[in-house]
Design a protein around this ligand. Structure first.
Ligand code: QAP
Ligand code: CO
Length: 165
């Protein structure tokens, strides 16, 4: 499982709700590995399993400058959200070439299993906090363009369909 294909908006499969990962085993580790590889090759900072048509609660993230700090979150749950919100420009590997502002919590705390199957808690702010919320939305079948106005979303849909190969 080396080459994974990233689904492109408006593919209806992007709206599938993911199920929890049953067990952190070799299959899950190799999927996480393939997702990281796919994310790095596409020059992304985050990728959810939903985007590669695997409907399980798994996301990979790397917001580091050196692209050398991979974060794998299995069965992630947000356990705290800051009351402060912030608007940030977001993009998505499933919606190439589109960037727009989305309001989200400025900071979050997320609990997730790591590749050893151990429960970890991560406190995040800044880009990492945005990325965690964006990727966890994917697991719920939500794409960031759904936060934009229907007018913008329809323009994006038309543009994506025109670009389709
Ligand atoms: C989610 O998105 C994210 O349009 C991850 O042509 C984005 O990795 C969270 C990408 C921004 C927080 C802020 C997008 C690559 C990558 C494109 C991505 C493109 C090439 C998006
Ligand atoms: Co995305």
């Amino acid at each position: 499982m080396t080459q994974l294909t990233i689904l492109r908006y408006p593919d209806p499969r992007l709206h599938t709700v993911a199920k929890p990962v049953a067990e952190v085993d070799a299959r899950v580790r190799s999927l996480a590995d393939a997702m990281l590889k796919t994310m790095y090759e596409a020059e992304g900072i985050g990728l959810a399993a939903t985007q590669v048509n695997v409907h399980e609660r798994l996301v990979v993230i790397d917001v580091s400058e050196g692209r050398d700090q991979p974060l794998v979150l299995i069965n992630p749950e947000i356990v705290w959200t800051s009351p402060e919100k912030q608007v940030n420009d977001e993009g998505c590997l499933s919606v190439p070439g589109v960037y727009d502002g989305v309001e989200r919590a400025s900071a979050v705390r997320v609990q997730a299993l790591d590749l050893k199957g151990e429960q970890q808690t991560h406190s995040a702010e800044g880009l990492l906090a945005v990325c965690i919320q964006h990727e966890m939305d994917h697991l719920m079948g939500k794409v960031f363009v759904e936060y934009l106005s229907p007018l913008k979303r329809n323009r994006i849909k038309t543009k994506m369909i025109k670009q389709r190969k």
